[in-house]
Design a binder for this molecule. Structure first.
Ligand SMILES: *Cc1c(COP(=O)(O)O)cnc(C)c1O
Length: 504
């Protein structure tokens, strides 16, 4: 048996400076694999049960103060049994998640996830692949997803694609590629001060806030984003766009980027991508499409035509975690010209040098296509999702969401209590309480439904007034859920109207 002194000597006999001993590792593997296996199988069973019985639970529940406060405990210094930590997860974490798996979660735009995606994510964690680069299967799967996306949207098969956190990031990276294409590669070293003229970008006033933020992050400034008015359907007005570009040209500015939205976050409106593409060509603008959720409507043969023109895009940003239900996060950027994409980000660092063979082989690595170096295997959960369900099933689920949204629209139209606040183009319904004296009733209704765990609608502002909003994204949401929702909301609205009547 090694003595204490001996164990503090490294292999060559010299004492090691940390004094911890190099002879025996203290790995972070379980001491008892059989017990670990048992606990893990149980945790997986419970996670599956949770999804299988999701409807029986409140959509969401507020965290009691003692639970919230319990997260103020300091970093633990010593070990605890894995089983004990799992118990804590069951008590303090699992019950207080967002709730987006539930069929009556309709707030913002949230994907619902799938049991298959959950297992895929677990398997990816087991492989623990670093998909920033090198020659391994993770990169091959990601390239396959890029080809699938290119085919789906009608871009050339050699279009380049990269997983990112979400569409916010994908829009930002797309903008950087557009900036590089407009000013040339020298902008990377010289910066924007060396540009011959001020860059200007265009999007509709219903474009997502991350577009404006992307201009800020890129150093161009959100003041140089023209937010073009929309028509009654919520789509960008082409006449106003044309006029804005012409005015900027006359003023000596440099229009460089046109962002079309395929599915606005407020109302689900889709810009006329075909005509936007024509305007982009005419004015030599980079044509980027923010298709965060809406672009995946291309999976449905019946909805595909709404996206006509997307095939002309220079770049497309979208999320697999929204309408394709891949677990968070799985944003994607697709760029038509692979060279333009690579020239924006590739770095010649020595430690990233490529070799003809071995693990350092390969020409383009994902770290050449964005700022991330270490990155996880997001492609695996997308691969599993499409392999398991097939694109047609996912497309049918998307179509079903639109049908459910139309059902909600009919129910609201048929009720004297409510009025629609925007046309229902795709899967998003916005409405108000009819004749409400106080607009605060909308937020009060949303909060009450959320707190009671009945449903999660969200709130938005349209034409300067608050409106209730339901984005039907969940593949589990059915007509009967919507009927129950309308009943509960009607009762609540009636009660609140009566109360405000009495107090008036
Ligand atoms: C959700 C959304 C975004 C932002 O995407 P994230 O994945 O949340 O970063 C951008 N644009 C639109 C239209 C969206 O719906």
């Amino acid at each position: 048996m090694a003595t204490d002194a001996a164990s503090k000597r490294s292999r060559n006999g010299a004492p090691d400076s940390l004094g911890t001993g190099v002879e025996t590792a203290r790995p972070l593997d379980p001491a008892d694999w059989a017990q670990f296996r048992e606990l893990s199988h149980r945790a997986l069973d419970e996670a599956i049960d949770r999804l299988a019985t999701i409807e029986t639970r409140p959509v969401w529940q507020p965290m009691p103060p003692e639970i919230r406060n319990s997260f103020e405990s300091p970093m633990p210094r010593s070990e605890r049994a894995f089983g004990e930590v799992l118990d804590e997860y069951r008590a303090r974490i699992e019950p207080y998640a967002t709730g987006n798996a539930h069929p009556l979660f309709m707030g913002w735009v949230h994907g619902a996830g799938t049991p298959v995606g959950m297992v895929a994510e677990m398997l990816a964690a087991g492989l623990n692949a670093n998909c920033g680069g090198r020659d391994h299967v993770g990169l091959e799967v990601e390239r396959q997803i890029a080809r699938w996306a290119a085919e789906l949207f009608g871009l050339p098969p050699d279009a380049s694609g990269i997983f990112v956190t979400g569409t916010s990031m994908a829009n930002f990276l797309g903008l950087l590629v557009a900036r590089n294409a407009a000013l040339g590669d020298s902008v990377r070293a010289e910066g924007l001060r060396a540009a011959p003229a001020q860059l200007v970008a265009y999007a509709s006033e219903q474009a997502h806030g991350c577009i404006s933020q992307a201009l800020e992050l890129a150093g161009i400034g959100s003041r140089h984003l023209r937010l073009v008015p929309v028509d009654a359907a919520g789509a960008i007005r082409l006449d106003r766009l044309d006029a804005a570009i012409a005015a900027d040209r006359r003023a000596g500015l440099r229009p460089f980027l046109l962002v079309g939205t395929a599915g606005t976050v407020n109302t689900g409106a889709v810009d006329d991508l075909e005509r936007l593409a024509g305007i982009a060509v005419r004015h030599q603008l980079w044509f980027h499409v923010d298709g965060a959720f809406g672009a995946l409507a291309a999976l449905s043969p019946r909805l595909r035509s709404r996206l006509a023109g997307i095939e002309h895009a220079d770049s497309i940003a979208f999320d697999f975690h929204k309408w394709a239900h891949v677990p968070y996060d799985a944003g994607f950027l697709l760029v038509r010209d692979p060279d333009a994409h690579k020239r924006t980000f590739a770095n010649p660092a020595a430690y990233l040098a490529r070799a003809p063979e071995g693990l350092a082989a390969g020409e383009t690595w994902p770290c050449d296509l964005g700022p991330d170096l270490s990155r996880g295997f997001r492609a695996l959960k997308v691969w599993f999702t499409f392999q398991t369900f097939g694109a047609d099933h996912i497309g049918a689920a998307i179509e079903h969401c639109c049908a459910v949204a139309q059902h909600l629209e009919r129910r609201l139209r048929g009720s004297a209590l409510f009025e629609l606040a925007a046309p229902v183009g795709l899967n998003i319904v916005c409405w108000r309480v009819h004749g409400a004296a106080d607009d605060g009733i909308h937020q009060a209704i949303a909060m009450e439904l959320q707190k009671q765990g009945i449903a999660v609608p969200s709130l938005t502002t349209l034409d300067g007034r608050p409106a209730l909003r339901a984005a039907i994204v969940n593949h589990r949401t059915d007509k009967r859920h919507i009927d129950a929702f309308v009943e509960a909301m009607s009762a609540l609205a009636e009660r609140k109207l009566r109360k405000s009547h009495l107090s008036a």
